[in-house]
Design a protein around this ligand. Structure first.
Ligand SMILES: [Zn+2]
Length: 126
């Protein structure tokens, strides 16, 4: 992998930390890191093949696992991540997910897993 590409990828991640809200430190670190990696995904600077959508067991695993889940939420609600970020300006509560999508985060996670369960197998060949 070339160094310039990796550097740009890292910069997207780190710059997100500069601009993002963290609920005055109440937002759990895995979600903060997930949002940073979500930015990398959106900018198309994520090392593909590293992980597959729908893999892993928890939405708050952090980094790319959380980022892929956030991308799914973004498909449900326009600008989901931007809205979530704004809500986290002063505080954080897991109910923010439900406020934005109408579903608790655990249910969203199940839907997300269900959506990708078959695609994960297809992905092995590609
Ligand atoms: Zn980070």
């Amino acid at each position: 992998m070339d160094l310039k590409w990796e550097f740009t990828s890292l910069m997207h991640h780190e710059m997100t930390h500069v601009f993002q809200w963290n609920g005055e430190v109440k937002t759990p670190a895995p979600l903060v890191e997930g949002i940073a990696d979500y930015t990398v995904l959106k900018a198309n600077y994520f090392p593909l093949g590293f992980t597959k959508p729908g893999s892993w067991d928890r939405w708050d695993e952090g980094y790319v696992h959380t980022a892929l889940f956030l991308q799914y939420c973004d498909e449900l609600v326009l600008d989901f991540v931007a809205k979530l970020n704004k809500m986290m300006r002063k505080t954080y509560d897991v109910s923010f997910f439900q406020n934005l999508t109408g579903k608790p985060v655990e249910e969203l996670w199940k839907d997300y897993k269900a959506k990708y369960v078959n695609k994960a197998f297809e992905g092995i060949q590609g």
